[in-house]
Ligand binder design. Structure first.
Ligand SMILES: NC(=O)c1ccc[n+]([C@@H]2O[C@H](COP(=O)([O-])OP(=O)(O)OC[C@H]3O[C@@H](n4cnc5c(N)ncnc54)[C@H](OP(=O)(O)O)[C@@H]3O)[C@@H](O)[C@H]2O)c1
Length: 380
């Protein structure tokens, strides 16, 4: 296992951090954890050198922290740092923040949390946390020794990221990043900004939740043609760790074999080890994925709101992702939510208000029809 310095913090961490969000089929909506299996996976990772474990209050129907607490008995707690999170929807004032933190400490069976994060914020979430005094509460809890580091995890546009990053004295930040997301969310620009500010960066969705683990044929052909043979997973993690700003790469693992594989991979990776031809390979891989794009919707939302409640960029994103990553869109939670909320393309009446507003001049009405047909041709 390679260990990396965490930015301005005077500590190091294993490059591979275990994520506790996906045990036992949770990715496909099944939230029942096989507790013994999860505990054995967590301990296997720690025995293999992992020192960073990530969970959150809400993961797996609020059971992830409980299982992690059990896994960290018998001397395992002392071998790791724990990251967990406060969700904005569960708190509204100081008393509720205090109660939530106490509940998490109890579930985790520990007297302190190492990395405490405001969970999954964008600018709106940050404003809400500020309004209830969360930054001051985190500082106070640091002094009290109940948390060690004040952090946030982020999902939003780059502008929000820069704003939040500069708005407080953060100890760490967790972002979604992988070779496909260089211009999405915080992106490479956000990663480099955090690096310049000395703020350690922890990566989530390094495999896009597993989507980058199974390369479609045109991508696999590029990997196969490269003189050094590595799996798609290894290329994705290697690319991430090549960035010096990255401190920890989280990955959720459901199987022993995945833990073993990742332990092996994170023994070989380091910052700056990729020669130009490897970086070029990953650029070609990205292009090969993007060549599978169904429609050039940029998600600007100029077409919204649709008078008939169609989530136009949402439908196109599901359509594109299904094609890019060779996945069944019916297994995508955003498709299930769309059907549940009645925002599907079946509501389109062809009024054309969207087409008049689209800066890309997309043929939205016809594309919505095709997208919905193709999405619905997949099996449940
Ligand atoms: N704060 C937030 O807002 C937020 C959001 C997302 C994630 N997170 C955290 O970040 C952690 C990591 O994110 P993630 O789980 O999305 O990471 P990820 O690495 O992108 O995806 C994990 C999935 O990749 C597949 N995988 C992992 N190792 C593999 C291997 N060696 N070979 C083949 N497949 C492999 C597995 O998919 P299969 O299960 O399909 O086999 C696994 O479930 C989460 O566990 C969570 O703790 C936080």
């Amino acid at each position: 296992m390679k260990y990396r310095k965490m930015g301005k913090l005077n500590i190091s961490s294993s490059a591979f951090g275990l994520g506790c969000m996906r045990f036992n089929g949770a990715a496909s909506g099944d939230s029942i954890i096989d507790e013994q299996k999860a505990i054995s996976l967590i301990r296997k990772a720690i025995d293999g050198g992992v020192t960073y474990i990530d969970t959150a209050y809400v993961y797996l129907d609020k059971t992830s922290e409980i299982v992690l607490g059990k896994a960290l008995r018998d001397g395992y707690r002392e071998k790791v740092t724990i990251a967990t999170k406060m969700p904005i929807h569960a708190v509204h004032d100081r008393a509720s923040m205090e109660a939530l933190l106490e509940e998490e400490l109890k579930k985790l069976q520990t007297d302190h949390i190492d990395f405490y994060l405001m969970h999954g914020i964008n600018r709106d979430g940050w404003e809400k946390f500020k309004a209830i005094g969360a930054p001051e509460f985190f500082d106070e809890m640091k002094k009290a020794g109940k948390i060690r580091y004040k952090c946030f995890s982020f999902h939003g546009p780059y502008e929000d990221f820069e704003y939040i990053l500069k708005a407080s004295d953060w100890d760490m930040v967790q972002i979604q990043y992988n070779f496909m997301d260089i211009n999405n969310q915080a992106g490479t620009k956000g990663l480099e900004l955090a690096g310049k500010m000395g703020i350690p960066v922890v990566i989530m969705e390094g495999l896009l939740g597993g989507r980058l683990a199974n390369a479609p044929d045109n991508v696999q052909a590029l990997y196969d043609a490269f003189p050094v043979r590595r799996s798609a997973v290894e290329w994705a993690f290697r690319w991430l760790c090549n960035h010096p700003e990255v401190s920890v790469v989280l990955s959720g693992c459901n199987e022993e074999q995945q833990i073993e594989d990742n332990l092996r991979i994170f023994d070989t990776v380091d910052s700056g080890i990729m020669p130009p031809e490897e970086i070029q390979l990953m650029d070609h891989v990205r292009e090969a994925y993007l060549s599978r794009t169904k429609i050039g919707c940029t998600g600007c939302r100029y077409c919204m709101p649709c008078p008939n409640n169609v989530n136009i960029p949402g439908v196109f994103s599901i359509w594109n992702n299904a094609s890019l990553y060779n996945q069944n869109p019916k297994h995508d939670w955003s498709f299930r939510n769309m059907v549940r909320d009645g925002n599907g393309a079946d509501n389109c009446v062809g009024c054309g208000a969207c087409e008049a507003a689209c800066p890309q001049h997309l043929d939205i009405i016809e594309s919505l029809k095709t997208a919905w047909q193709e999405i619905n041709s997949f099996a449940e």
